[in-house]
Design a protein around this ligand. Structure first.
Ligand code: AMP
Ligand code: GLY
Length: 435
């Protein structure tokens, strides 16, 4: 079959890498893709927000399956658009309906969904400009630090964690009256702070059944020791060593099952990925508990770069079964080895950085290089084209070995002002030593 994958990051390169291995895939198109995906299929210049243009391409190129990488087209309703168009209705879409995508598109919607289905999450309330004063009173009932979340999509920047009450009140006012994050903060979720270790859990669902994909941990801050500004993600590790069988059973029973059941019972059309961001509290004790911090309606980036290489199934077969509501007949086969992914970014990222620097990839080895922000310049040379540029994923029998391989490959890549964190996975190794 012919497949169109939307997106242009490392996540999409890692998904394309698996799709290209499938015996079911005749032609793979990636829109817009990057210099890495062009080796696996045909990059197509399409605006992923332009559903009409995407639809026309799908019809003219006889595309059978649309796989949506990032959240924006899903939140804007691309799956509904396909379902409504007579010529697109039969195309399999891997990505939820607009209503399903609200789990990521609106923090308030996601929290209310969790509350309806008894899914463990931080205590919260949602406020608007009209209820600002109630918001301030609610903040007074919470303990520091204070968590404020813009309701809508804010490019990953809409969450503030404030150390004291006065700052939190000032921020709440700015978000609601000053629209600090534009329309995204016309409503603000104020919630209790949870202390613990974060991890990411991934589910592929057909709306009734699901497969629990390998879990991962990502590293969000730019600086070593989790310091400095937030980024899209500086590396990832899969599986997460502290998430043992007993803990994952709690995650599945208390979070994954009620989430999928909730979607089904509420008749929310959902064929695609659910990325559940968890705060794991009390790790190292028998009372360890998972809480949902957020839902995303796509795979994570850079988690996909360590999760997808561990999936041994033909992913196109899994996607086809998801689209037909047949995931109950599928069994996931996972590579038991550990994957470690190290992200290489342009100097200055996540603030201002240069584009267009020449990249030398170094000698190939068994490590996977996924492209994030790269392109070919007019001379056909590989150059940087984003903040996150490339990542190196290695698989090995242990986390230290996987990290060693991944860092060796990372060090062999060269461009001016390349930066990467040198401590990916170190927190997990420390926890393993303590445990
Ligand atoms: P979100 O966009 O909801 O994932 O939030 C961004 C980041 O803020 C998360 O990855 C956490 O590190 C942190 N965070 C969000 N909510 C909470 C919470 N209730 N308690 C502690 N940290 C949180
Ligand atoms: N790695 C976090 C995200 O994809 O949102």
């Amino acid at each position: 079959m012919n497949i169109l994958l939307l997106g242009s990051g490392g996540r999409e390169h890692a998904i394309a890498h698996k799709i290209a291995q499938s015996s079911q895939c005749s032609q793979l198109f990636i829109a817009p893709g990057n210099a890495g995906t062009e080796a696996l299929g045909e990059n197509v210049k399409l605006d992923i927000a332009d559903f009409e243009a995407i639809g026309q391409f799908v019809v003219s190129h006889r595309v059978d399956m649309l796989v949506v990488g990032p959240e924006a087209p899903l939140v804007a309703g691309i799956a509904d658009y396909f379902a409504e168009q007579p010529l697109l209705r039969n195309v399999m879409v891997i990505g939820p309906s607009k209503q399903g995508a609200m789990l990521e598109g609106s923090k308030d919607y996601a929290k209310a969904f969790m509350q309806r289905h008894n899914i463990p999450t931080a205590r919260y309330r949602t406020f608007t400009e009209a209820t600002l004063e109630e918001g301030e009173r609610f903040l007074e009932t919470l303990q520091a630090p204070y968590v404020l979340k813009a309701d809508g999509l804010a490019a990953g920047k809409g969450v503030l964690i404030d150390p004291d009450l006065d700052t939190a009140k000032a921020h709440l006012r700015e978000m609601l009256s000053g629209h600090k994050f534009g329309d995204a903060s016309a409503s603000v979720v104020v919630e209790e702070y949870l202390s613990g270790i974060e991890m990411s859990v991934f589910v592929l669902t057909d709306g009734s059944h699901y497969l629990l994909l390998p879990s991962a941990k990502d590293y969000k801050r730019i600086g070593e020791g989790d310091t400095g500004l937030n980024t899209g993600g500086m590396g990832s590790v899969s599986p997460v060593p502290f998430a043992d069988k007993a803990f994952m059973k709690k995650v599945e029973d208390r979070i994954v099952k009620p989430t999928v059941r909730g979607l089904r019972d509420e008749k929310i059309p959902y064929c695609g990925f659910i990325f559940i961001g968890l705060m794991c509290c009390g790790i190292g004790t028998p009372d360890a508990e998972p809480y949902v911090i957020e839902y995303n309606v796509r795979m994570g980036d850079p988690e996909t770069e360590s999760v997808f290489p561990r999936i041994k199934n033909d992913v196109v077969e899994l996607f086809e079964n998801a689209a037909h509501g047949n995931l109950d007949g599928c069994k996931l086969e996972v590579d038991p080895r550990t994957a470690a992914c190290v992200m290489m970014v342009a100097g200055g990222y996540p603030e201002s950085y240069r584009k267009g620097d020449l990249i030398e990839l170094g000698a190939d080895d068994e490590t996977l290089i996924f492209h994030c922000g790269t392109k070919r310049n007019d001379l056909g040379k590989l150059v940087t084209n984003g903040g996150r540029v490339l990542c190196a994923t290695a698989l090995a029998n242990s986390l230290p070995e996987a990290l060693l391989k991944s860092y060796n490959r990372t060090m062999a890549v060269e461009w001016k002002d390349k930066y990467y964190r040198r401590d990916i996975g170190q927190d997990l190794l420390k926890l393993m030593q303590e445990g």
